[in-house]
Design a protein around this ligand. Structure first.
Ligand code: NAD
Length: 238
């Protein structure tokens, strides 16, 4: 546990903005890319971040269950805090835990979308997407997943949300994927930024408070503290 960080104290509001990455779903059994046991340790990039590879993954996501971190964030929202989740994850575990405001920067594996209109999105057809499955505008459906090299259409929305944060909580991301890795720069200067990740001490940029623990340990503890306090002030010791 990191010690000695004081709450910068400028904001004691109730709008939590969360930036989550693959690590928040690790304790639900979905593997990350870059952790020691992550997918990139044993697979080539093109084997897992391509259209073909994603065809295999929906079943795994459907079987996974939200863990204590997803649930704690939803609980905070149920108690009257605004909790805006911006996730790099393509799973739906935040929603299944009960979070209502979730922006999927990199899309959703359980959805299909039009190849001409980003806004036209549909539940994934049974058996996956086939050639000839069309959107309402007559173009081929494709997985609703942003692949390497593609634009991230929701990034501007995410920046607007981050700019309203009373506290930015970054959870389980190596902060290696642009542009999500820059999102913290959009947070107000006086909003504390906390990074929960077992490798937080190495990953945290200056000005980011590292909390080197798993999401399932740290997030519920922070949420309990915020619920007790009634606002997003940080404990004296993280
Ligand atoms: P990443 O794999 O680059 O980094 C994962 C981070 O999670 C690491 O820093 C690791 O230390 C941390 N981590 C591991 N276990 C943790 C735990 N129990 N609690 C907290 N943190 C933990 O992931 P990324 O930064 O999200 O970027 C990878 C890209 O791959 C993203 O676009 C993401 O959407 C995608 N991806 C998504 C899923 C998913 O939807 N569940 C899974 C794998 C990869």
């Amino acid at each position: 546990m990191s010690e000695g960080f004081k709450d910068p104290g400028a904001r004691h509001g109730r709008h939590l903005v969360v930036l989550s990455g693959a690590g928040i779903s690790a304790e639900s059994g979905l593997r990350t890319f870059r952790a020691e046991d992550g997918l990139w340790e044993e697979h080539r990039l093109e084997d897992i971040a391509t259209p073909q590879a994603f065809r295999r993954d929906p079943q795994q996501v459907r079987r996974a269950r939200p863990n204590a971190a997803h649930k704690a964030l939803a609980e905070l929202e149920q108690h009257g805090f605004r909790v805006s989740v911006i996730t790099q994850n393509i799973d739906d575990l935040h929603e299944r835990a009960g979070s209502r405001e979730v922006v999927h920067l990199h899309g959703e594996i359980l959805k299909a979308r039009s190849s001409v209109d980003y806004g036209l999105r549909y539940p994934l057809p049974r058996g996956g997407i086939r050639l000839g499955d069309l959107c309402d505008k007559g173009s081929q459906l494709r997985p609703d997943v942003v692949w390497f090299g593609e634009a991230v259409p929701l990034y501007a929305v995410a920046e607007e949300i981050a700019a309203e944060a009373d506290l930015l909580l970054i959870v389980g991301t190596s902060l290696k994927v642009m542009p999500a890795s820059n999102l913290y720069a959009a947070a107000p200067l006086d909003a504390p930024i906390v990074l929960v990740d077992p490798n937080a001490d190495e990953l945290a940029e200056p000005g980011v408070l590292p909390l080197a623990e798993s999401a399932g340990q740290a997030v519920p503890r922070l949420v309990r503290h915020w619920l007790y306090q009634g606002h997003l002030g940080l404990p004296d010791t993280l």
